[in-house]
Design a protein around this ligand. Sequence first.
Ligand code: ADP
Length: 505
Amino acid sequence: MTERAEQIGAKSEQPIRQARMLIDGQWTEAASGAVLAVQNPANKQTIAEIPRGDAEDIARAVRAAAAAFPAWSRVAPRDRGRLLARIAEALEARMEEIARTIALETGNALRTQARPEARGAADIFRYFGGLGGELKGETIPIGEQVLSYTRREPLGVVGAIIPWNAPVLLGALKIAPALCAGNTLVLKAAEDAPLGVLMMAEICQEFLPPGVLNVVTGLGEEAGAALARHPTISKLSFTGSTEVGKLIMRSAAERIVPVSLELGGKSPSIVFPDANEDWVVDGIMAAMRFTRQSQSCTAGSRMFLHASIFDSFLEKLAVKAAALKIGDPLDEANDVGTLINEKQFRRVCGYVKDGLERKDARLVVGGLPPTEGPLSEGYFTLPTVFADTSNDWRLAREEIFGPVLVAIPWTDAAEAIRMANDSTYGLAGYVWTHDIGVGLRTAHAIESGWVQVNQALGQVPGHSYGGFKQSGIGREFSLEGMLDSFTQRKNVTVNLNVPPPSRTV
Ligand code: ADP
């Protein structure tokens, strides 16, 4: 074993953390007393135990949220916003601790991923903290004798379910807008990555009345499903796989509950022949989210490369992808950490095997992860690129949620756009060209909720983020997202021409 292997693979000397969940302002165990283990995916050691909440705990959390709702919804919106802004500051003060927890439980590299995620969560609280005053209604010009106006009212108790890939950021994206709009919340954290979310909840709880925010830990089929079907929940907000999103929507349909879904993707990058340059190669790697092991819904995992630059562009990409430093997520020197768990690791390796066995596909870089040495101690994978001629095989159609990019050549731009849109998903898209007219026409033609031209950044607060097609319904990242997803409009119409009261004798 090398020194690095000992570092990554050594048995954890830290005691196993006993985490609790937040219900009604109290830190609590599951009613059943059952627990789940949380692993460090970089060395497969248990780092914590969390309550295995189930329907009984969800019921308790929903009761607490319902009891807290009347008072919270009557707090003046600007005062709710002020509390969110204070939470943003407190999150910033503990940013490093949160970032290290995210890196430890998700395997996301501290420098490239976990730290920006922790900072991003604070930014989200600050952004929504400033929006209390924007929960405005309208007046409707019906005539001089009538006053007709709308109010933005909260929905009640929101049930939110989040995944493990950016747990703290996605948790912040449910908590901040839902609470700013006057709702109370029951949040189900992902079983693989609950610790950063619980830390954020602890910070929130310093500022919030009991019951306004409740965080339940547990399995999807137990706690998650119980939350989705609870009769008191008046809004469901889900981020995760399209498969589970469909189950959530079915639960919502049973009770006609509004639902926001942020689901999967298989996003295209279209590279024009004038973009055979190093900065575009960097952009493709950023779009593919290689430094997050591509565990991102917005990963640009299908690259449509013009045939005239196909080989030379791939050569450059191979060199840069192979140069990414993979290893211990907590080591500042590393660009890339690990996948989240064994299930995902096996899945991703299965896709790589399929690619290696396919006659038409050529491995450009990467391949199966090493079976010995330091990287075999955790769920590390290699940034992998296959060149193929078709958009129709499994690797080009299914969301892999791992670092496997498929490159496909094109000669006719209309054909590239047709292939880009030939997907059940429509979350993101990327276009690379110096010709801004071509870039924008292509962006407009791509059937996705978010298209970037000549860049591949992450979401920023204020941005209208969400999917077309099976990538989702609704938007949550912006003011409009908060208004649409976390409020309901009420119209009040008043007759201004009431006759004077008749005199009674
Ligand atoms: P992944 O497969 O990447 O973990 P999922 O969509 O399964 O993504 O998980 C996202 C979130 O949905 C997690 O918090 C998980 O516990 C939850 N979840 C999984 N299955 C269900 C379900 N049947 N009902 C409600 N929530 C679920």
